[in-house]
Design a protein around this ligand. Structure first.
Ligand code: BES
Ligand code: ZN
Ligand code: ZN
Length: 478
């Protein structure tokens, strides 16, 4: 899809808040919309007037003026784009208009994103590919830096799609080694330096928890360290840490067929960090950022780790593996500690498909956020609001810091007796490995993937959450 600043075409989209008088339309058409069709301007409400002998317009509601955000523009524009595709239109112009206090550059970027969000489908493995008729969008705006603003959104959405492709790709094609190769290819010739740790390197390093999880797999694990350092090697970095379990069978604590069916997406945290770094680097954001990815499969074999094993970690903390299906926190124990102790991290943000419990707590469309630093979390949630990716905080309490203590080892990875709040238990466990570096943990088990229809304008399958949030956070970080 080509989005450009341009002139009025034969079809035009208008986005309007509630209680609009539709002054931009002819009197007759405005009366028809308001009186006959009872158009109110509620979010995603449509007035469609297309075809021969019409004004060839689509009007979409933005909802109440006092609640207007950039994401409402994304949603409304996406609704318009879907209508135009259904009606086989190839091009449209869009009136870029701000209402209330929202900035015109945000409006423009929201509109561009609304179109671009229709442009993704994962059909690599299908004979019949999805086809969209709408390929040309002309934005009607006087904004001087409009081209630059469009380019920024295009780069971010390309990066979101990088994440989606990685997450959607099945585990027979995407495993630690192929993930590493894809990432090397992705960043070839860019400012991002890709360092790959293979099994030997991990043994030398002492990443014993990551190695324990990978024991049951015929495929070797990898750790990826992606460095984007535009401020130079000396300046501290923002570390983005991702759970990259390319397939989670549960191990000996085996999952059901239903529970396992989508477990190729258990590397969505890793996928998001790769996508976020891609967005940051391709838009030349002036911040030092390092992504650290722990990639492994969690399978069963005669070599596999077992329930009851006591394992060591990079930090030296021992862990009693009460449940081999609580493997993500073991992988993260090592990669978080690597970010905290081996890199000059000023902040650490991790994303992980860590617990089914977060879906019970917050549903499929809200990411669970936990922290050891309230000020950092505030900045992350501010970014998430701009990005339209909902998050809600869960606490880490002293009670849970007690519950993670081990019987015969320092820690347990899971409680055998039900203690509730599995998402908080997991976060308390992770907190042990971040060495007091300001840290936010994002549990994206619910939000990273939709088995049926996606939320809002998001596609079915991988959502690309939380790439946009991380991009906004890093961009506005001090
Ligand atoms: N990868 C799963 C979490 C998950 C569940 C992601 C559903 C996406 C959708 C994780 O490794 C896991 O299995 N967690 C267990 C933890 C339990 C054994 C303490 C869970 O949530 O049941
Ligand atoms: Zn698991
Ligand atoms: Zn998992």
């Amino acid at each position: 899809m080509k989005i450009k600043v341009g002139k009025q075409l034969s079809t035009t989209v208008y986005l309007v808040p509630e209680e609009t008088k539709l002054e931009m339309l002819s009197d007759e058409t405005a009366q028809y919309a308001l009186k006959q069709m009872k158009f109110k301007g509620q979010l995603n409400e449509k007035f469609v007037y297309l075809g021969p002998n019409t004004d060839n317009i689509v009007v979409i509601g933005l909802g109440p003026l006092d609640q207007l955000t950039k994401d409402h523009y994304v949603q409304a524009t996406n609704t318009a784009a879907k209508i135009l595709n259904e009606q086989k239109f190839e091009s449209t112009s869009v009136q870029v208009t701000t209402y209330g206090t929202i900035d015109e550059s945000e409006v423009l970027q929201g509109i561009a994103e609304g179109f671009l969000q229709t442009d993704y489908s994962f059909d690599y493995y299908k004979k019949d590919k999805t086809f969209n008729s709408l390929t040309k969008v002309s934005l009607l705006t006087d904004l001087e830096n409009a081209d630059k603003l469009i380019e920024e959104v295009v780069n971010v959405l390309k990066s979101v799609n990088v994440t989606r492709d990685l997450v959607n790709t099945p585990a027979n094609d995407l495993y630690p080694e192929t993930l590493a190769t894809k990432v090397e290819e992705l960043f070839e010739g860019t400012q991002v330096d890709v360092e790959v740790f293979n099994k030997n390197d991990l043994e030398e390093l002492g990443a014993k928890a990551l190695l324990a999880v990978s024991q049951g797999s015929a495929k070797e694990p990898r750790m990826l360290v992606l460095k984007y350092l535009p401020l130079g090697n000396e300046e501290p970095v923002i570390s983005l840490v991702g759970k990259g379990v390319t397939y989670d069978s549960g191990g000996y604590a085996i999952k059901s067929a239903k529970g396992m069916a989508t477990m190729m997406t258990d590397m969505a945290g890793a996928g998001a960090m790769i996508g976020a770094l891609h967005a940051i680097a391709s838009n030349n954001i002036q911040q030092n950022v390092v992504a650290v990815i722990g990639a492994t499969e969690n399978l069963i074999s005669g070599e596999a780790f077992k329930n009851g094993d006591i394992i060591d970690t990079l930090k030296g903390t021992t862990i009693e593996v009460m449940n081999t299906d609580a493997e993500g926190r073991l992988v993260l124990a090592d990669v978080l500690y690597y970010a905290a102790a081996k890199l000059n991290s000023k902040y650490i943000i991790d994303a992980a498909t860590l617990t089914g419990a977060v879906i019970a707590a917050l549903g499929p469309n809200i990411t669970g956020a936990m922290t050891n630093n309230q000020a950092l979390l505030k900045d992350v949630t501010t970014a998430s609001k701009t990005a339209g990716e909902d998050m809600w905080q869960l606490p880490i309490t002293p009670e849970f810091r007690e519950k993670i203590k081990g019987n015969h080892a320092d820690l347990i990875n899971s409680s055998i007796n039900f203690v509730g709040a599995g998402t908080i238990f997991a976060a308390a466990f992770l907190e042990h490995f971040v060495e007091d570096v300001p840290w936010v943990h994002l549990d994206i088990a619910g939000t990273s993937y939709a088995s049926s229809k996606g939320n809002k304008y998001l596609p079915k399958g991988a959502s690309g959450i939380p790439v946009k949030t991380l991009y906004e956070f890093v961009k506005s970080s001090k």
